[in-house]
Design a protein. Sequence first.
Length: 223
Amino acid sequence: MTTEPSPADNDGVHPPPQRATPSGLRASDAEREQVVEALSEHATTGRLTLAELEERITLAYRATTRDEIDQLVTDLPASDRSAPAPEPSRRKLTRWILAVMGGSDKRGRWGVGRRVTAVAVMGGHTIDLRNAELSADDTTIVAVNWMGGTDIYVPDTIDLHVGGFSVMGGTGEHGSTRAPRRGAPRIRVLAYNLMGGTDVWRMPEEANDVPLKQARKIAKKSA
């Protein structure tokens, strides 16, 4: 009596083992860097604020699978580098801030020009960049204070450079001392003070979504 050969006996060929789906595969360092680059591009087109960018980049570097990486860009359009990108729709960019014998506040989600000049004459400014939308990877903020002052707040993951000079005044740097993230957007603060001052605060992640008074306390503790 003969029996039919089983599929495994045919020419000694065995069916291939089941493999994990692509989304469940382990992510590589190159894939993490690729999504970080894509997220940074979306931040400079106004789709992500600085806080949102840094939050997603933190998750990207912690991701272990492709599925976790893909989740970070599901609500963002795919970029096609071979085709010219359409002009993104964004909030009106701020390039000048003026306060004369008064004050101004720039907080929340607002568009930051490549170069912003803030002038305070016997007045003051609060410039909060935690949830701002950058228009470039390299942003310059020029703070000019005459008998006035400017407070500037940036996430501590940003590549921050502070310069300028003061006459009968000063510029102070406060908050977190953590090193900036590699490849992070750069913000240059040039402060020129005449009988006035500029305070620049580097804010840790846990201070992103809290009022400034509380955020400053958190930043002091992280120094």
